[in-house]
Design a protein around this ligand. Sequence first.
Ligand code: SAM
Length: 210
Amino acid sequence: MAENDFDLNDAYGLRSREDILRYYRTLAPNYDDDFAKAMDFRVPELIAEAYAAEAVGPVLDVGAGTGLLAAELRQRGVAPIDGIDISPEMIAIARGKGLYRKLHQADVTQPLNLPDSSYVGCVSSGTFTFGHVGPEAIDALLRVTESGGFFAFSIHSGVYAAAGFAARFCALEEDGWITAFRAADIAFYGPSATGPHSQDRGFVVTFRKV
Ligand SMILES: C[S@@+](CC[C@H](N)C(=O)[O-])C[C@H]1O[C@@H](n2cnc3c(N)ncnc32)[C@H](O)[C@@H]1O
C-alpha cells in the first residue's frame, strides 16, 4: 500500500466485528510502515512511558495489534507482556516479533477467557477509538487485573465523552472500583503526519483498581 492510499477515515468508519476483521486483514502487513511510521504515531510510546513509570509486568496489552506498544514497554523493562487482539493477521505480525509471553485472539468486548486478577496492570494504545472498542470492555479488564493494579489507556478525544468513556470512569470512581484517575491530553501524531487526522488528539487515561 502506498502511503497516500492509507486513509484513517476507513479505520474510524468501521461498524462491525466483520468490518474490523476485514480491515486489519488487509492492513496488517503494512500497518507499521503505512500507518505508524507514516503518521508518526506517538501513542504506543506515550502509553509505555505512563505505564513504566508506575508499574511492572505481567501486563495485558488490549488491542495489541502488531506489537508496537509491547516494543516500547520492553525497552522500558516491563515484562512479561500478554496481548489480546481480534485480528489473527495483526497477531501473526506481533508473534513474529517475539515480544509477548502469550497472544490471545479474542474480542475484548465479549467475556474474556482469562482468570481473575491475572495481571498487575493493563495497557492499550489506539484501540479505544472511533469504530473500534467502547467502554463496555473496561469491566472485564478490571476483573482480570489484581487489586491495586495500574491501567494506562489511550482514548481518542472524539469518543471520550461521546461513546461514554468519561461517564463510565466517573461511575467507577464514585462506586469505589478505581482510584487515582487522571486524563492527560496528548497529540496522537507527530509533526511529520499528514492528512485530515494529523492533528487528532486524545487522552492518556491512568488509574488504579481499588
Ligand atoms: C489502531 S490498532 C492499534 C494496535 C496497537 N495497539 C498499536 O498501538 O499500534 C487497533 C487494534 O485493535 C484491534 N481491535 C479492534 N477491535 C477489537 C476488539 N473488539 N477486540 C480486540 N481487539 C480489537 C484491531 O484488530 C487492531 O489490531
